[in-house]
Write a protein that binds this ligand. Structure first.
Ligand code: GDP
Ligand code: IMO
Ligand code: MG
Length: 435
């Protein structure tokens, strides 16, 4: 038995989609437990690139159950569009997709509130503009509408009209909220609901039944540890629990059923949006990482900020997620560099910090302390075995594992499914994942 959580260890876009796609081969179900269509998870199968925003990355493997847990927020038009796109690619959605009835909706007024707040607010977060923050705020304020509420159109219509009226009353005169018509909104939501109604289930019940039957479930995190609302670089975070703990509440599964947590990390660091980033490179090396790594947002197309690997933040991710092992991606992006730097500590007001300060004010003033390693200056693209990696690359890997305090079980050497090294670590063996 193995029920595993996969989380991002950095600021998102670590390659969770690819890692989940690889691992899902050994699982029966894949569950998204938080976030919404702010996520963009890219999976490359053969030469075809698929970007998933809401649907779990297991959908590209036949016969896997893909479940949206209660902790996810759903933009109905975005979900029906994604389903349509998958159908065009001949991906079987019927019988594979399950949508938790208790998941909250992201409604058009949430998107307007998100975008308008970003225009005027201090500080600006640099959100994806998908309405995620306002939707989770309504959920916590007990003003949210859950997808299962649409089973009762009369009650839904009333609640929607009341919620919209309240938002309008609080809005400034120039707000686009005033252009929203409650009847049109109701009709639009109902029309999309009709298209997904057949997929609705009690997600917690379905997942716990699978677990009771001894089937294997993978929990797919979105965003990353440093974007977690509690444990990330607040306020420059997303509005959900992107760390491992979120999988239990967001899927309705008890922690006693979880067998392990895998952290996905890139061989360097990226961040989209605002907020402190100690190892950020604004020079030619940063641009090289962006170009070679094609670091442009899968959701918004924004160029990602790039920098060196931050082992201080990585150790923090190991701690707050209880990571047992790591999946390392985009190793090949470093192939051309003569030297590679890893941040092992921070200098803060004359003091040396080795633990990640979960205070944005302090982090913003931290200067990275680097350790310099040799580059390997040869291609690792498509390597399938550790032995195929250059010596300097092996040294880098050993150092990374020593700094993190956990093993690396999977190494991604290219965007494609087949460009992957599965390492025979004790965690992977225990979970039955070694090839
Ligand atoms: P996610 O949000 O964590 O799923 O990550 P994204 O999909 O947003 O971003 C990761 C990007 O890197 C995608 O375009 C992947 O296709 C690509 N990718 C994943 N692993 C590798 C790798 O090992 N090498 C390279 N060159 N690209 C990779
Ligand atoms: P995946 O799952 C990278 C960032 C936004 C912004 C902050 C808040 O693909 O790794 P939000 O719209 O969530 O309120 O924005 O979080 N952000 C992401 N950055 N990858 C993501 O998802 C992200 N989802 C949100 O850029 O800084
Ligand atoms: Mg992404």
């Amino acid at each position: 038995m193995a029920n595993l959580i996969v989380v991002g260890t950095q600021w998102g876009d670590e390659g969770k989609g690819k890692v989940v796609d690889i691992l899902s081969e050994s699982f029966d179900a894949v569950v998204r437990f938080q976030g919404g269509n702010n996520a963009g998870h890219t999976v490359v199968v053969a030469e075809a690139k698929v970007v998933l925003h809401l649907v779990p990355s297991g959908i590209l493997r036949m016969g896997k159950m893909c479940i949206l847990g209660n902790g996810v927020v759903i933009d109905l038009p975005a979900l029906t569009h994604e389903i349509e796109q998958l159908r065009k690619l001949q991906v079987r959605v019927e019988g594979s997709l399950y949508i938790g009835k208790s998941a909250h909706l992201v409604l058009p007024y949430h998107k307007i509130l998100d975008v308008e707040r970003e225009r005027h607010a201090t500080p600006r977060i640099g959100t994806t503009g998908r309405g995620i923050g306002p939707a989770y705020a309504d959920k916590m304020a007990r003003l949210g509408i859950r997808i299962g509420d649409l089973y009762d159109p009369v009650a839904f219509r009333e609640r929607l009209a009341a919620a919209l009226a309240e938002k309008k009353a609080q809005a400034g005169p120039g707000s686009l909220l005033h252009t929203l018509d409650p009847t049109a909104l109701f009709r639009e939501q109902m029309q999309h609901f009709e298209q997904v109604k057949a997929f609705l289930v009690d997600a917690s019940e379905v997942i716990n039944r699978l677990i009771a039957e001894g089937r294997r479930t993978l929990f797919e995190g979105a965003q990353g540890t440093l974007l977690d609302v509690d444990l990330g670089t607040y306020p420059y975070v997303t509005s959900s629990s992107a760390t491992a703990g979120g999988a239990c509440t967001g899927a309705g599964v008890g922690p006693t059923h979880i067998d392990g947590v895998v952290g996905v990390m890139k061989a360097y660091t990226t961040r989209v949006g605002e907020g402190p980033f100690p190892t950020e490179l604004t020079d030619a090396t940063g641009q090289l990482l962006r170009d070679r790594g094609q670091e442009y947002g899968a959701t918004t197309g924004r160029p990602r900020r790039c920098g060196w690997l931050d082992a201080v933040a990585l150790r923090y991710a190991v701690r707050v997620n209880g990571l047992r092992t790591l999946a390392l991606t985009k190793l090949d992006v470093l192939d051309t560099l003569p030297g590679i730097r890893v941040c092992t500590g921070y200098q803060y007001r004359g003091e040396r910090l080795t633990a990640f300060p979960n205070e944005t004010g302090i982090l913003a003033e931290c200067a990275p302390v680097y350790e310099d390693l040799s580059g390997w200056e040869e291609s690792t693209i498509g390597a399938l075995k550790l032995e195929q990696l250059p010596k300097a690359c092996r040294v880098y890997l050993d150092r990374l594992q020593a700094l993190a305090g956990v093993d690396v079980s999977l190494i991604s050497t290219g965007a494609r499914r087949d460009q992957t090294i599965l390492v025979d670590t004790s965690a992977f063996r225990e979970w039955g994942l070694t090839r």
